[in-house]
Design a protein around this ligand. Structure first.
Ligand code: 5AD
Length: 347
């Protein structure tokens, strides 16, 4: 298997059959060796610096009904909320004081969120903190809206592809959502000029060697600037309530493989990874991740953004505890960067 890893590191791509073989044998790989290789690749581009982003969960109203997601439309146990602009600006202000230079506005696909409101919010943030990057993660829209927000100053867009296998996509989503449309959105975002994030959950129901092969083939072709990758965690009020969560081991292996496929990628050690293991984020960084996204949402709304059960939102996960995070990162030889943290080519 190490020949396939060598080949991946040399060419930064494998063909379908090679990916299938590598992924099928992932549990017999020398994991320590794999993680060291991935962490070395991270250090080559980023040194000891870990990039932080302040995550603002703008609202949990969603018109979609994704089977895995706790804020799906049919979940009537969720108290729905939408932050107003002043609250979002207050979050940024606090975050700026703590050292954040990227704000991520994430939320469900809320029909009440008008394109102009989003544009004006982006403009307001960029006017007050011109040295900061704004990342949007608001779901699928038309080119017109994406362009409007880019022109308003948005720098980056996160839209996980969730799975690059059409039948698997159909198992995770209601019929009105298609992989083809998701892909269209991703290519449009890139074409407009955003730094774009794709990604998927590890261990989502129906994930297999075939679906993961498609994910890696897509990632090497699409060349996203960011990849969001964390374990699937069941949420009790969704159709997938009884499904098993993705594992720590699989998540770390796949993080390392993403780092080796896309050496410069911005790769978060996600909240979901921190949720399934107390040292999840540190282990993610040691397997090649280089970004953490502490929660900058108003503390009293955090428990409403329940994508999955037991989601971390306090402790070092919370943006107000950046000092705690610094300490934990120092213990693994890393520092927190206080700049926008752009993709290396865009600096
Ligand atoms: N477990 C883990 N991640 C989830 N997401 C949504 N629901 C879950 C879940 N149950 C992820 C999706 C989405 C991102 C915002 O959160 O991949 O793109």
């Amino acid at each position: 298997m190490s020949e396939l890893l060598d080949k991946l590191c040399q060419n930064r791509r494998l063909d379908r059959a090679e990916w299938r073989k590598l992924l099928a044998s992932r549990h017999i790989l020398d994991q320590t060796g794999l993680f060291h290789r991935a962490a070395a690749e991270r250090r080559r581009w980023y040194g000891e610096e870990i990039y932080v982003r302040g995550l603002i969960e703008c609202g949990n109203i969603c018109k979609n009904n994704c089977l895995y997601c706790g804020i799906r439309r049919d979940n009537h146990h969720v108290a729905r909320y939408r932050l107003d602009r002043d609250t979002i600006l207050d979050c940024c202000e606090k975050g700026y004081g703590w050292g954040f230079r990227t704000f991520v506005l994430q939320g469900g696909e809320d029909p009440g969120l008008t394109p102009d409101w989003v544009a004006e919010t982006v403009e307001a943030i960029k006017a007050r903190w011109p040295d900061c990057a704004v990342t949007l993660s608001l779901g699928e829209f038309d080119r017109e809206e994406y362009q409007l927000w880019f022109d308003a100053g948005a720098d980056r867009y996160l839209l996980r592809h969730e799975t690059a296998h059409p039948a698997h996509y159909a198992k995770l989503h209601p019929p009105e959502l298609t992989l083809a449309h998701r892909m269209d959105c991703l290519y449009t975002l890139k074409d407009i000029g955003y730094q774009v994030g794709a990604g998927f959950m590890v261990g989502s129901p129906g994930q297999s060697m075939d679906t993961l092969t498609e994910d890696f083939c897509f990632l090497q072709d699409f060349q996203p600037h960011m990849v969001g990758l964390g374990p699937f965690i069941p949420q009790k009020d969704t159709p997938f309530a009884k499904e098993p969560a993705g594992t720590l081991e699989d998540t770390l292996i796949l993080l390392a493989l993403v780092r080796l496929t896309l050496p410069k990628v911005l790769l978060p050690a996600t909240t979901a990874l921190g949720t399934i293991h107390p040292q999840g984020r540190e282990l993610g960084i040691l397997a090649g991740a280089n970004v953490v996204m502490p929660n900058l949402s108003p503390p009293d709304t955090r428990e409403k953004y329940t994508l999955y059960d037991n989601k971390l939102c306090t402790g070092d996960e919370a943006a107000e505890h950046l000092a705690g995070l610094r300490k934990r990162l120092a213990a693994i030889g890393c520092t927190v960067a206080v700049h926008r943290g752009d993709f290396p080519d865009k600096r």
